[in-house]
Design a protein around this ligand. Sequence first.
Ligand code: ATP
Ligand code: MG
Length: 237
Amino acid sequence: MNDAPLLTVDGLRSGYGAETVLQGVDMEIGAGEIVAVIGRNGVGKSTLMRTLTGLLRPSDGTIALAGRDVTADSADLRARAGIGYIPQGRDVFPELTVRENLLVGEVAGQGRATPDYDMVYRFFPILKERARQRAGTLSGGQQQQLAIGRAMIGNPKLMLLDEPSEGIQPSIIKDIARNVRTLNEQTGMAVLLVEQNLDLIVSLAQRGYVMEKGRLTTSLNRDEITSRDEVRRHLTI
Ligand SMILES: Nc1ncnc2c1ncn2[C@@H]1O[C@H](COP(=O)(O)OP(=O)(O)OP(=O)(O)O)[C@@H](O)[C@H]1O
Ligand SMILES: [Mg+2]
């Protein structure tokens, strides 16, 4: 039995060329938790996500998955180890069909559980209806569902979800919150959510961190992360 947290991040520093963005990030996520990182534009939230996926190499610090150090592992290996990623702006392949976009997720998660297309289609029936349509023809909300579905195909233990609300109508944001919560309940998948949207944060997160200038400066417990006033205060200072 492995008692280590699902994700343990220690002293993580990372950036672009000579510019260090993450200034020593420490965090933990337990199996099945939904944890938010909130913070204003440009503080380093997406940089944290890219460093966790392996797309960016840290200059210092460690990342462990269920107690195993994955800091030196490629993005590909980390995906296979159970890290799913939904990038900011979604990044679906517009020229590929919906089905082909989902296949990309299958390749990323190769060697893990059998890809469960039925589960994805159960959560997002529109993806089944539109399976043969080019992804570029979908609405923003539908593309977000596709991006989440693509990550689900790899059956991740931890889903990194970077500003899923960006550019999406409020009614669809509610759907996203509901779907991600149900996924979490039914599969036990943990979620690290980066957000600035108040409604999505308070309706989805169970706990959180505030990021300022590349550091996690405050931890928010369940009462705090579900309090609109408290969350708003951290997004606007
Ligand atoms: N590809 C890049 N090359 C160079 N600098 C970058 C790159 N991406 C981001 N940065 C810089 O790194 C810093 C942190 O950016 P990051 O995208 O992580 O912020 P963020 O918190 O995700 O912001 P937002 O809420 O706007 O998405 C910013 O100063 C940004 O200009
Ligand atoms: Mg960002």
